[in-house]
Design a protein around this ligand. Structure first.
Ligand code: TYD
Length: 136
C-alpha cells in the first residue's frame, strides 16, 4: 500500500497589513530539506511532472496563483488544488504526479529531501505500475 499525499495547512503569521509563513525541516516540512526549485511561466494546457520518484519526497506550495496536482496511486487517482501560499501538498516517494491547470501568475515552490538525481525518476507509466506491483 502506497503512502498517501497529504495537504498541510501552514500557520499564516501577521495580520491584514501583511503575512508570513515560516517552514523548517522536520517541523512544518516532514523531512530534512535538501533542494528547492520553483516552476513559473507555465503555458496554458501544459502538464508538468508526469513522473514518479523512487527517492525524493516533496512539498509543493503555490506561492502565487494556483495549480492542480493529480496523484495516481495505481488503484485510484486524487486531485489536489493548490491555491493559497499557506497550503502545501506533501508527496511521498513512489507516487505518480501530474501538475496542470497553472494560472498565468502561478509560482509553484517545490521542496525536497533529496538533491536532483535524474536516475531516480520513473518517466514511463507502465514501468511505474510494474514497480508498484499494479497490473494494468
Ligand atoms: P523536469 O523534471 O523535466 O521538469 P518537469 O517534469 O516538471 O517538466 O526538469 C526540467 C529540467 O530541469 C531538466 O533539464 C532537469 C532540470 N532539473 C534540475 O536540474 N534540478 C531539479 O531539481 C529539477 C526538478 C529539474
Amino acid at each position: 500500500m502506497l503512502e498517501q499525499a497529504k495537504l498541510i495547512e501552514f500557520i499564516q503569521r501577521g495580520d491584514e497589513s501583511g503575512y508570513l509563513v515560516a517552514l523548517e525541516s522536520n517541523k512544518e516540512i516532514p523531512f530534512e530539506m535538501k533542494r528547492v526549485f520553483y516552476i513559473y511561466g507555465t503555458a496554458e494546457d501544459v502538464v508538468r511532472g508526469q513522473h514518479s520518484n523512487r527517492k525524493s519526497e516533496f512539498v509543493l506550495v503555490n506561492l502565487a496563483g494556483s495549480s492542480k496536482v493529480k496523484v495516481d496511486y495505481g488503484d485510484k487517482e486524487e486531485i489536489y488544488l493548490l491555491d493559497k501560499p499557506n497550503k502545501g501538498l506533501y508527496i511521498p516517494r513512489m507516487l505518480w504526479k501530474d501538475m496542470y491547470d497553472f494560472s498565468s501568475d502561478a509560482v509553484l515552490l517545490v521542496l525536497s529531501n533529496e538533491p536532483y538525481d535524474a536516475d531516480e525518476y520513473i518517466r514511463d507509466k507502465q514501468e511505474y505500475y510494474k514497480e508498484i506491483g499494479v497490473l494494468k
